[in-house]
Ligand binder design. Structure first.
Ligand code: LLP
Length: 437
């Protein structure tokens, strides 16, 4: 998919660049991003809204993968940016991302994070709870402009991949209950404040969702309430943000729809509601993360040791694992992979790919068909672009890998590999050892 292909040497090539050359130049583990594919995904989301004649913002949920270069790429494509912490906001500002297109999320934003957002006059704050409304009311006295906010609701729809469940009163740490009167109290409170501008409503029902029904149901529930609010508060939202969560294909078990199909179904449902309720069409915002970057990322590893458990299994170890991809250990996530240096060899001997951490659960892929592997073969694991680097960690003091962008035959390093010195940069010695010197 994307620009991936097998070249004349039987090597995996991405963005016109030989992945074996990348492994040699930048070392492994290495995250490789197919920039053209990210651009394609970004454009198709925007076009889907344009084709349906709807004013929209597509915000990249940067928790999926954030770095300065990534944010600059998202800006080039004209998307907005959803950040969820001071750190993501800082990175966005550092990257030169236009503050007016940044949205700040979070269920426990600190005063410092809120101040940072207000100082930079970001596009909106997605308010999660009553405590935050009070903090913003206090802070608003120090700012001349009204603070633009969305109120986040929990619509009582929770989607998990194929299924969605609906509960009257959703048990979630996020947002105001949509069905239990909380959101009306929140709206009332914000509308009474001179310092806050209620731009609209936000909801997000989950992640890696395949079915459109959950999105449609959430939209319907929100719009039914919007009808009531028109009567109760004479208020109609200018913006309705329906979140992210569009699923992608990791293995053959996954059957996502094309990303734009979700947009079409959502917009159709919204249009129907808007007509029935006889209200103005709000701007529709979405915030996809995984579906923008997930399948654009591939991780390259070098194969090292092997262990055969007679009659049971063959373990093959790589130079990374749960430190650069915690998803298999955390969510039993499944991945596909090939030998990047011998893609055309028959992949038919099942081996299990072990990480290098001191933990039995550090298994990346079980029973993966590969050719007979040798040390120094390069394993390419697909679809690691979302929640890979962003959830990477230093367990066992393993430095985090580098990230390269490839496009049109060129590679550029966008995140340096961590060094051992980086690992100890914040460590301080015992006082007694310092005074002895
Ligand atoms: N908006 C909100 C409010 C969210 O909480 C999330 C994801 C998104 C948008 C983006 O969702 P996406 O389009 O990427 O599915 N670490 C997990 C995923 C956690 C998702 C958290 N929220 C994983 O690796 O599967």
């Amino acid at each position: 998919h994307g620009t991936s292909r097998v070249n004349e040497n039987g090597h995996l090539e991405i963005g016109g660049v030989d992945t074996i050359a990348l492994a040699n130049e930048f070392g492994t583990p290495l995250y490789v991003y197919d920039v053209a594919l990210i651009r394609e995904r970004a454009r198709s989301f925007k076009h889907a809204f344009e084709n349906m004649g709807v004013r929209a913002q597509v915000a990249y949920a940067s928790k999926a993968f954030s770095s300065i270069a990534m944010f600059q790429l998202i800006d080039e494509e004209g998307l907005s940016l959803d950040v969820v912490s001071g750190g993501e906001l800082y990175t966005a500002i550092k990257s030169g991302f236009p503050a007016s297109r940044i949205h700040l999320h979070g269920n426990n934003k600190s005063v410092a994070e809120l101040k940072m957002a207000l100082d930079h006059e970001i596009g909106c704050i997605v308010v999660d709870n009553f405590y935050e409304i009070e903090l913003l009311k206090d802070l608003s006295h120090n700012y001349s402009k009204k603070i633009p906010v969305l109120l986040r609701v929990t619509p009582g729809v929770e989607a998990h991949t194929h299924d969605y469940i609906t509960t009257g009163q959703e048990d979630s740490k996020f947002g105001f209950g949509l069905l239990n009167g909380q959101i009306e109290d929140a709206i009332d409170s914000v509308l009474q404040s001179d310092g806050i501008h209620l731009l609209g409503i936000h909801c997000h029902i989950g992640s890696q969702i395949f079915d459109t029904a959950g999105f449609v149901l959430a939209a319907e529930r929100v719009f039914e309430k919007i009808k009531e609010w028109k009567l109760q508060f004479s208020y109609t939202p200018e913006v309705v943000n329906l979140g992210g969560g569009f699923g992608i294909r990791y293995t053959d078990e996954d059957e996502p729809l094309p990303a734009t199909y979700y947009v079409e179904k959502i917009v159709e449902a919204v249009k129907k509601q808007v007509n029935e309720l006889n209200i103005n069409m709000p701007e529709i915002w979405i915030e996809p993360g995984r579906s923008l970057v997930g399948d654009a990322g591939t991780t390259l590893y070098t194969i090292g040791s092997k262990k055969t458990v007679p009659n049971i299994r063959e373990y093959v170890a790589i130079d990374g694992g749960m430190t650069d991809n915690i998803r298999p250990a955390l969510y039993q996530a499944k991945y596909e992979a090939v030998l990047a240096n011998r893609v055309t060899d028959k992949h038919e001997q099942p081996v299990s790919i072990a990480g290098k951490c001191c933990e039995s659960g550090d298994m990346l892929i079980w029973d993966l068909p590969l050719p007979e592997v040798k040390p120094n073969d390069i394993l390419a694991v697909f679809c690691t672009g979302a929640y890979g680097y962003s959830m990477a960690n230093n367990y066992n003091r393993i430095p985090r890998p580098a990230v390269v962008f490839v496009e049109n035959g060129e590679a550029q390093l966008v995140v340096k590999r961590e060094s051992f010195e980086d690992l100890v940069v914040n460590d301080l010695p015992l006082k007694s050892k310092v005074s002895n010197q």
